[in-house]
Write a protein that binds this ligand. Structure first.
Ligand SMILES: [Zn+2]
Length: 311
């Protein structure tokens, strides 16, 4: 598959796996591939990712014979095809023997999906995003929301069907807008009460979930009004980033401020301020004692950088 033309390539995007929409319809093919010696499996534990230790750090892919040897009794989820090889992820959180054997000294370790990006290629971080979001979705959708019946996985993991009322459920993604608002020379950054930025010198772009029946532009206008009391004019899309914590899609935008008086929601925000281009440029270089901005793992870093460069 040819890469789509992207405005920007973020961590957790650029997943090279062909999700195999056609082949995954064949349950028998999926079942065969879960036993196939060429198939590869990425184990997760409590949504942490298995990686290899040592000189060659990378995703901890194992084979079907490894799963058998480790006594894994869990249904693998089909991620898709890579170089014609079937790739799966498998949740081994409840597999005591496998966890014991994949512990310290085994050449493998489990790492948080946020820290994994230091050692992985962009392509592998994309696979992590898919695997983490998929396993989380299956873990929280074991029962039907309509009748309470048990749900069963189909199409290699792209659907769960209720065993009682047959209602089908599909994996979901939650859209979140994230926006750098500017009045020309200054940009608007905030500190959320919920986030880890609370009471530090760290500020980020304003962000929030898109509400039901709301466009991206409307969500931007509402969030900026709620969090900062600022009216926005034109909204411009920049780029997007899968954010598998657990299953968001960050939609990065820039917006023009139509007003400048800040009136922030103290329940939600610790602080919201205007920062000059020079202050923000210094912060991006890590040279501003009064302001720290998010690291390159986050789309906010790139939205802020684009604004500083006048892009
Ligand atoms: Zn049901």
């Amino acid at each position: 598959m040819k890469d789509p033309k992207l405005n920007f390539s973020h961590v957790y995007s650029r997943n090279p796996v062909d999700r195999g929409e056609t082949v995954r319809r064949d349950d028998e093919w999926i079942a065969d591939k879960t036993k196939d010696a060429t198939s590869r499996f990425l184990p997760l534990r409590d949504l942490n990712i298995l990686v290899t230790e040592g000189a060659q750090e990378g995703l901890g892919w194992v084979g079907s014979s490894d799963l058998e040897r480790l006594g894994v009794n869990a249904t693998p989820i089909f991620l898709g095809l890579l170089d014609d090889t079937a790739h799966f992820t498998v949740d081994i959180s409840a597999q005591t023997r496998a966890l014991l054997e994949l512990s310290e000294g085994s050449g493998f370790r489990f790492v948080d999906a946020r820290s994994v990006t230091d050692i992985l290629s962009p392509a592998d971080s994309g696979i992590v995003a898919q695997a983490r979001a998929q396993i989380n979705w299956h873990n929280v959708n074991g029962f039907c929301a309509i009748c309470g019946g048990e749900t069963l996985m189909g199409r290699g993991g792209q659907v769960r069907t209720c065993s009682q009322c047959k209602k089908e459920n599909y994996p979901r993604t939650d859209p979140v807008i994230i926006v750098v608002v500017s009045d020309g020379d200054r940009c608007l950054l905030g500190q959320s009460r919920r986030g880890r930025l609370n009471r530090t010198n760290s500020y980020s772009a304003l962000a929030g979930f898109v509400d039901q029946g709301e466009s991206i532009e409307e969500a931007v206008a509402r969030e900026v009004m709620e969090e900062a009391g600022i009216e926005v004019g034109q909204v411009r899309y920049h780029s997007s980033q899968p954010w598998p914590f657990p299953s968001s899609l960050m939609i990065g935008c820039h917006a023009d401020a139509a007003t400048t008086d800040i009136n922030f929601d103290e329940d939600e925000m610790n602080d919201v301020r205007w920062f000059s281009r020079d202050e923000v440029a210094l912060a991006l270089q890590g040279k501003n004692e009064n302001l720290a901005v998010p690291q390159p793992i986050a789309i906010a870093h790139h939205l802020i950088t684009a604004w500083v460069k006048g892009e």
